[in-house]
Design a protein around this ligand. Structure first.
Ligand SMILES: *Cc1c(COP(=O)(O)O)cnc(C)c1O
Length: 360
Protein backbone atom coordinates (compact mmCIF):
# COMPACT_ATOMS: atom_id res chain seq x y z
CA UNK A 1 0.00 0.00 0.00
CA UNK A 2 1.37 3.40 -0.98
CA UNK A 3 0.21 6.48 0.88
CA UNK A 4 0.57 9.73 -1.03
CA UNK A 5 1.38 13.15 0.38
CA UNK A 6 -2.05 14.76 0.21
CA UNK A 7 -2.01 18.57 0.04
CA UNK A 8 -5.81 18.87 -0.03
CA UNK A 9 -7.36 21.97 1.54
CA UNK A 10 -10.10 19.85 3.08
CA UNK A 11 -11.08 17.22 3.86
CA UNK A 12 -7.38 16.95 4.49
CA UNK A 13 -4.74 14.43 5.49
CA UNK A 14 -5.05 12.84 8.92
CA UNK A 15 -2.09 11.54 10.95
CA UNK A 16 -1.32 8.02 9.74
CA UNK A 17 -0.93 6.80 13.35
CA UNK A 18 -4.51 7.91 14.03
CA UNK A 19 -5.81 6.09 10.96
CA UNK A 20 -3.94 2.97 12.04
CA UNK A 21 -5.44 3.13 15.51
CA UNK A 22 -8.91 3.58 14.01
CA UNK A 23 -8.31 0.48 11.88
CA UNK A 24 -7.04 -1.40 14.93
CA UNK A 25 -10.16 -0.54 16.95
CA UNK A 26 -12.66 -0.70 14.09
CA UNK A 27 -14.39 -3.98 14.94
CA UNK A 28 -13.87 -4.04 18.69
CA UNK A 29 -13.31 -0.84 20.64
CA UNK A 30 -11.55 -1.60 23.97
CA UNK A 31 -13.22 -4.99 24.40
CA UNK A 32 -16.76 -3.68 23.87
CA UNK A 33 -17.16 -6.10 20.96
CA UNK A 34 -18.37 -3.37 18.63
CA UNK A 35 -17.21 -0.38 16.64
CA UNK A 36 -17.58 3.16 17.99
CA UNK A 37 -20.00 3.65 15.06
CA UNK A 38 -22.35 1.06 16.55
CA UNK A 39 -22.42 2.34 20.13
CA UNK A 40 -25.20 4.17 21.88
CA UNK A 41 -24.26 7.80 22.36
CA UNK A 42 -25.73 7.56 25.87
CA UNK A 43 -23.79 4.43 26.85
CA UNK A 44 -20.82 4.45 29.21
CA UNK A 45 -18.26 3.63 26.50
CA UNK A 46 -19.15 6.49 24.20
CA UNK A 47 -19.68 8.97 27.02
CA UNK A 48 -16.11 8.22 28.13
CA UNK A 49 -14.86 8.91 24.57
CA UNK A 50 -16.72 12.23 24.46
CA UNK A 51 -15.55 13.32 27.91
CA UNK A 52 -11.94 12.45 27.13
CA UNK A 53 -12.05 14.28 23.79
CA UNK A 54 -13.41 17.40 25.47
CA UNK A 55 -10.89 17.21 28.32
CA UNK A 56 -7.99 16.82 25.88
CA UNK A 57 -9.18 19.70 23.69
CA UNK A 58 -9.51 21.89 26.78
CA UNK A 59 -5.98 20.98 27.81
CA UNK A 60 -4.54 21.62 24.33
CA UNK A 61 -6.09 25.08 24.03
CA UNK A 62 -5.95 25.85 27.77
CA UNK A 63 -9.65 26.68 27.64
CA UNK A 64 -10.46 28.70 30.78
CA UNK A 65 -13.45 27.87 32.98
CA UNK A 66 -16.51 29.81 31.91
CA UNK A 67 -16.47 28.38 28.38
CA UNK A 68 -18.45 25.48 26.93
CA UNK A 69 -16.93 23.16 24.35
CA UNK A 70 -19.49 21.78 21.88
CA UNK A 71 -19.22 19.15 19.16
CA UNK A 72 -21.91 20.02 16.61
CA UNK A 73 -23.12 19.00 13.18
CA UNK A 74 -23.43 21.06 10.03
CA UNK A 75 -19.74 21.89 9.71
CA UNK A 76 -18.45 25.42 9.96
CA UNK A 77 -21.12 26.66 7.56
CA UNK A 78 -23.93 26.00 10.06
CA UNK A 79 -22.09 28.38 12.40
CA UNK A 80 -22.46 31.14 9.81
CA UNK A 81 -26.17 31.08 10.81
CA UNK A 82 -25.90 29.99 14.44
CA UNK A 83 -23.64 32.89 15.40
CA UNK A 84 -26.07 35.67 14.36
CA UNK A 85 -29.12 33.69 15.55
CA UNK A 86 -27.63 33.23 19.02
CA UNK A 87 -25.51 36.32 19.59
CA UNK A 88 -27.54 39.17 18.08
CA UNK A 89 -31.13 40.31 18.35
CA UNK A 90 -33.29 41.14 15.34
CA UNK A 91 -31.57 43.70 13.07
CA UNK A 92 -28.87 44.42 15.63
CA UNK A 93 -25.56 45.81 14.35
CA UNK A 94 -22.76 43.26 13.90
CA UNK A 95 -19.20 43.75 12.61
CA UNK A 96 -17.49 41.49 10.07
CA UNK A 97 -13.98 41.55 8.60
CA UNK A 98 -14.07 40.49 4.97
CA UNK A 99 -10.91 38.56 4.07
CA UNK A 100 -12.23 36.28 1.33
CA UNK A 101 -14.65 33.57 0.29
CA UNK A 102 -15.47 32.13 3.71
CA UNK A 103 -15.87 35.58 5.29
CA UNK A 104 -18.22 36.49 2.46
CA UNK A 105 -20.36 33.43 3.11
CA UNK A 106 -20.50 34.24 6.82
CA UNK A 107 -21.49 37.82 5.99
CA UNK A 108 -24.22 36.69 3.59
CA UNK A 109 -25.83 34.56 6.30
CA UNK A 110 -25.59 37.27 8.95
CA UNK A 111 -27.29 39.73 6.57
CA UNK A 112 -30.43 37.60 6.77
CA UNK A 113 -30.78 38.52 10.46
CA UNK A 114 -28.62 41.51 11.33
CA UNK A 115 -27.29 44.89 10.20
CA UNK A 116 -23.84 43.92 8.98
CA UNK A 117 -20.96 46.40 8.81
CA UNK A 118 -17.92 45.30 6.88
CA UNK A 119 -15.32 46.85 9.18
CA UNK A 120 -12.46 46.11 6.77
CA UNK A 121 -12.07 44.32 3.47
CA UNK A 122 -9.12 43.20 1.39
CA UNK A 123 -11.28 42.68 -1.71
CA UNK A 124 -9.47 45.48 -3.57
CA UNK A 125 -6.23 43.45 -3.54
CA UNK A 126 -7.93 40.11 -4.31
CA UNK A 127 -7.67 39.14 -0.63
CA UNK A 128 -3.89 38.86 -0.78
CA UNK A 129 -3.52 40.29 2.74
CA UNK A 130 -5.42 40.67 6.00
CA UNK A 131 -6.12 44.10 7.50
CA UNK A 132 -4.13 45.47 10.41
CA UNK A 133 -5.76 46.37 13.70
CA UNK A 134 -5.55 50.08 12.75
CA UNK A 135 -7.59 49.43 9.62
CA UNK A 136 -10.57 47.94 11.49
CA UNK A 137 -13.40 50.49 11.67
CA UNK A 138 -15.03 48.99 14.75
CA UNK A 139 -18.50 49.81 16.01
CA UNK A 140 -18.65 49.98 19.82
CA UNK A 141 -22.31 48.92 19.84
CA UNK A 142 -21.93 45.82 17.66
CA UNK A 143 -23.26 42.57 19.10
CA UNK A 144 -19.98 40.96 18.07
CA UNK A 145 -16.97 41.22 15.74
CA UNK A 146 -16.48 38.25 13.40
CA UNK A 147 -13.27 37.40 11.54
CA UNK A 148 -11.73 34.42 9.75
CA UNK A 149 -8.35 33.69 11.33
CA UNK A 150 -7.01 31.75 8.35
CA UNK A 151 -8.24 32.19 4.81
CA UNK A 152 -8.06 28.72 3.34
CA UNK A 153 -8.60 29.75 -0.27
CA UNK A 154 -6.42 32.87 -0.45
CA UNK A 155 -3.65 31.61 1.83
CA UNK A 156 -3.64 34.48 4.32
CA UNK A 157 -3.66 34.34 8.10
CA UNK A 158 -4.09 36.78 10.97
CA UNK A 159 -0.90 36.68 13.02
CA UNK A 160 -2.57 38.79 15.69
CA UNK A 161 -5.86 38.58 17.55
CA UNK A 162 -8.00 41.64 16.81
CA UNK A 163 -8.76 43.84 19.79
CA UNK A 164 -12.54 44.29 19.87
CA UNK A 165 -12.65 46.08 23.21
CA UNK A 166 -15.73 44.97 25.11
CA UNK A 167 -17.45 43.62 21.98
CA UNK A 168 -17.40 39.78 21.92
CA UNK A 169 -14.87 38.51 19.38
CA UNK A 170 -16.05 35.63 17.17
CA UNK A 171 -13.56 33.65 15.10
CA UNK A 172 -13.94 31.16 12.27
CA UNK A 173 -10.77 29.17 12.95
CA UNK A 174 -11.65 26.26 10.67
CA UNK A 175 -8.32 26.08 8.90
CA UNK A 176 -5.82 27.01 11.61
CA UNK A 177 -7.31 25.79 14.88
CA UNK A 178 -4.77 23.74 16.86
CA UNK A 179 -1.93 24.93 14.60
CA UNK A 180 -0.62 27.33 17.27
CA UNK A 181 -1.48 28.30 20.84
CA UNK A 182 -4.21 30.90 21.25
CA UNK A 183 -5.47 32.86 24.24
CA UNK A 184 -9.08 31.66 24.38
CA UNK A 185 -9.96 34.29 26.98
CA UNK A 186 -9.71 36.94 24.22
CA UNK A 187 -12.70 35.38 22.44
CA UNK A 188 -16.44 35.23 22.92
CA UNK A 189 -16.74 32.31 20.53
CA UNK A 190 -14.41 30.23 18.37
CA UNK A 191 -15.69 27.73 15.83
CA UNK A 192 -14.03 25.39 13.38
CA UNK A 193 -15.08 22.74 10.91
CA UNK A 194 -13.22 19.55 11.72
CA UNK A 195 -12.01 18.43 8.32
CA UNK A 196 -8.83 20.52 8.11
CA UNK A 197 -6.95 20.14 11.36
CA UNK A 198 -9.12 17.93 13.54
CA UNK A 199 -10.83 14.91 11.98
CA UNK A 200 -13.65 13.75 9.70
CA UNK A 201 -15.89 16.25 7.89
CA UNK A 202 -19.39 17.14 9.02
CA UNK A 203 -18.57 18.27 12.54
CA UNK A 204 -17.82 21.67 13.97
CA UNK A 205 -16.19 22.44 17.27
CA UNK A 206 -17.55 25.48 19.09
CA UNK A 207 -15.93 27.07 22.13
CA UNK A 208 -18.34 29.62 23.53
CA UNK A 209 -18.30 31.84 26.61
CA UNK A 210 -21.09 30.99 29.04
CA UNK A 211 -22.68 34.47 29.02
CA UNK A 212 -23.28 34.21 25.25
CA UNK A 213 -25.39 31.05 25.63
CA UNK A 214 -29.15 31.22 26.17
CA UNK A 215 -29.87 34.38 24.20
CA UNK A 216 -31.00 32.88 20.89
CA UNK A 217 -33.87 34.72 19.24
CA UNK A 218 -37.21 32.90 19.71
CA UNK A 219 -37.56 31.58 16.15
CA UNK A 220 -34.15 29.84 16.29
CA UNK A 221 -34.49 26.13 15.47
CA UNK A 222 -33.69 24.05 18.55
CA UNK A 223 -30.83 22.32 16.74
CA UNK A 224 -29.25 25.73 16.09
CA UNK A 225 -29.58 27.04 19.63
CA UNK A 226 -26.38 26.74 21.72
CA UNK A 227 -28.37 26.37 24.96
CA UNK A 228 -29.87 22.87 24.49
CA UNK A 229 -26.56 21.72 22.99
CA UNK A 230 -24.66 23.03 26.03
CA UNK A 231 -27.19 21.70 28.56
CA UNK A 232 -26.96 18.25 27.01
CA UNK A 233 -23.16 18.12 26.57
CA UNK A 234 -23.46 18.10 22.75
CA UNK A 235 -25.97 15.22 23.01
CA UNK A 236 -29.24 17.08 22.49
CA UNK A 237 -29.66 14.62 19.63
CA UNK A 238 -27.34 11.90 18.38
CA UNK A 239 -23.98 13.64 17.96
CA UNK A 240 -21.42 12.79 15.21
CA UNK A 241 -20.02 9.97 17.35
CA UNK A 242 -17.38 8.61 14.99
CA UNK A 243 -16.06 12.09 14.16
CA UNK A 244 -15.78 12.87 17.89
CA UNK A 245 -13.88 9.62 18.43
CA UNK A 246 -11.36 10.34 15.64
CA UNK A 247 -10.97 13.96 16.79
CA UNK A 248 -10.21 12.64 20.27
CA UNK A 249 -7.39 10.49 18.89
CA UNK A 250 -5.95 13.54 17.10
CA UNK A 251 -6.09 15.58 20.34
CA UNK A 252 -4.25 12.80 22.23
CA UNK A 253 -1.57 12.71 19.57
CA UNK A 254 -1.01 16.48 19.69
CA UNK A 255 -0.73 16.36 23.48
CA UNK A 256 1.76 13.50 23.28
CA UNK A 257 3.84 15.51 20.81
CA UNK A 258 4.20 18.35 23.31
CA UNK A 259 1.05 20.38 22.79
CA UNK A 260 0.48 23.43 20.62
CA UNK A 261 3.87 25.12 21.21
CA UNK A 262 5.54 22.09 19.63
CA UNK A 263 2.91 21.96 16.88
CA UNK A 264 3.47 25.64 16.13
CA UNK A 265 7.25 25.19 15.88
CA UNK A 266 6.70 22.40 13.36
CA UNK A 267 4.26 24.52 11.36
CA UNK A 268 6.71 27.43 11.26
CA UNK A 269 9.42 25.07 10.02
CA UNK A 270 7.25 23.49 7.33
CA UNK A 271 5.80 26.74 5.99
CA UNK A 272 9.22 28.47 5.98
CA UNK A 273 10.69 25.62 3.91
CA UNK A 274 8.01 26.09 1.28
CA UNK A 275 7.93 29.91 1.22
CA UNK A 276 11.75 30.01 1.04
CA UNK A 277 11.72 27.67 -1.94
CA UNK A 278 9.16 29.89 -3.68
CA UNK A 279 10.92 33.17 -2.82
CA UNK A 280 14.33 31.86 -3.90
CA UNK A 281 13.14 31.01 -7.39
CA UNK A 282 12.14 33.08 -10.40
CA UNK A 283 9.99 30.21 -11.52
CA UNK A 284 7.45 30.32 -8.66
CA UNK A 285 5.61 33.24 -7.14
CA UNK A 286 3.45 33.66 -4.07
CA UNK A 287 0.51 36.05 -4.49
CA UNK A 288 0.12 36.87 -0.78
CA UNK A 289 1.68 39.75 1.14
CA UNK A 290 4.61 38.70 3.33
CA UNK A 291 3.14 39.70 6.71
CA UNK A 292 -0.18 37.95 6.00
CA UNK A 293 1.11 34.61 4.74
CA UNK A 294 -0.64 31.54 6.05
CA UNK A 295 1.27 28.69 7.65
CA UNK A 296 -1.49 26.30 6.61
CA UNK A 297 -2.37 27.07 2.98
CA UNK A 298 0.42 28.13 0.63
CA UNK A 299 -0.74 29.35 -2.78
CA UNK A 300 1.83 29.78 -5.53
CA UNK A 301 1.84 30.32 -9.28
CA UNK A 302 4.20 29.19 -12.01
CA UNK A 303 5.87 31.84 -14.16
CA UNK A 304 4.21 30.21 -17.17
CA UNK A 305 0.68 29.07 -16.37
CA UNK A 306 0.67 26.86 -19.46
CA UNK A 307 2.87 24.49 -17.45
CA UNK A 308 0.25 24.10 -14.67
CA UNK A 309 -1.17 20.89 -16.10
CA UNK A 310 2.26 19.34 -16.57
CA UNK A 311 3.26 20.37 -13.02
CA UNK A 312 0.19 18.71 -11.53
CA UNK A 313 0.67 15.57 -13.62
CA UNK A 314 4.32 15.10 -12.70
CA UNK A 315 3.65 15.95 -9.05
CA UNK A 316 0.93 13.31 -8.85
CA UNK A 317 3.26 10.77 -10.45
CA UNK A 318 5.73 11.59 -7.63
CA UNK A 319 3.05 10.95 -5.00
CA UNK A 320 2.27 14.64 -4.34
CA UNK A 321 -1.45 15.13 -4.88
CA UNK A 322 -4.26 17.72 -4.68
CA UNK A 323 -2.03 20.69 -5.42
CA UNK A 324 -4.34 22.47 -7.85
CA UNK A 325 -5.10 26.00 -6.66
CA UNK A 326 -8.59 27.33 -6.06
CA UNK A 327 -10.13 28.82 -9.21
CA UNK A 328 -10.33 32.30 -7.62
CA UNK A 329 -6.53 32.41 -7.21
CA UNK A 330 -5.28 30.05 -9.91
CA UNK A 331 -1.96 28.23 -9.92
CA UNK A 332 -1.24 25.85 -7.07
CA UNK A 333 -2.07 25.61 -3.41
CA UNK A 334 -0.28 23.36 -0.94
CA UNK A 335 -2.27 22.87 2.24
CA UNK A 336 0.14 21.80 4.95
CA UNK A 337 -1.97 21.32 8.06
CA UNK A 338 -0.70 19.69 11.26
CA UNK A 339 -0.92 16.18 9.79
CA UNK A 340 1.38 16.94 6.83
CA UNK A 341 4.77 15.56 7.87
CA UNK A 342 7.90 17.63 7.28
CA UNK A 343 9.00 14.89 4.83
CA UNK A 344 5.96 15.73 2.70
CA UNK A 345 6.97 19.37 2.47
CA UNK A 346 10.58 18.39 1.77
CA UNK A 347 9.42 16.10 -1.04
CA UNK A 348 7.33 18.92 -2.52
CA UNK A 349 10.24 21.38 -2.35
CA UNK A 350 12.54 18.84 -4.07
CA UNK A 351 9.97 18.25 -6.76
CA UNK A 352 9.44 22.00 -7.32
CA UNK A 353 13.18 22.59 -7.67
CA UNK A 354 13.62 19.79 -10.14
CA UNK A 355 10.55 20.86 -12.15
CA UNK A 356 11.89 24.43 -12.33
CA UNK A 357 15.32 23.19 -13.54
CA UNK A 358 13.60 21.14 -16.22
CA UNK A 359 11.34 23.95 -17.44
CA UNK A 360 13.00 27.19 -16.32
C1 LIG B 1 -13.62 24.85 5.06
C2 LIG B 1 -14.02 26.12 5.70
C3 LIG B 1 -15.36 26.42 6.02
C4 LIG B 1 -16.51 25.52 5.64
O1 LIG B 1 -16.53 24.36 6.38
P1 LIG B 1 -17.74 23.31 6.22
O2 LIG B 1 -17.44 22.33 7.29
O3 LIG B 1 -17.65 22.75 4.84
O4 LIG B 1 -19.01 24.04 6.43
C5 LIG B 1 -15.62 27.62 6.66
N1 LIG B 1 -14.65 28.48 6.96
C6 LIG B 1 -13.34 28.23 6.67
C7 LIG B 1 -12.30 29.23 7.05
C8 LIG B 1 -13.00 27.06 6.03
O5 LIG B 1 -11.71 26.80 5.73
Amino acid sequence: MARVFNFSAGPAALPVEVLEQVREEMLDWHGEGMSVMEMSHRGKAFVSILEQAEADLRELLAVPSGYKVLFLQGGASAQFSMVPLNLASDNQAVDYVNTGSWSKKAIAEAKRYCQVSEVASSAAVNFSRVPTQQELQLNKDAAYLHYTSNNTIFGTEFHYVPDAGTVPLVCDASSNILSRPIDVSRFGLIYAGAQKNIGPAGMAIVIVRDDLIGKARPQTPTMMDYLPQAENDSCYNTPPTFAIYVAGLVFKKLLAEGGLEAVEAMNIQKSSMLYTAIDNSDFYQCPTELASRSRMNVPFTLANSELDGEFLKQAAAAGLVTLKGHRSVGGMRASIYNAMPVEGVAALVDFMESFARQHG
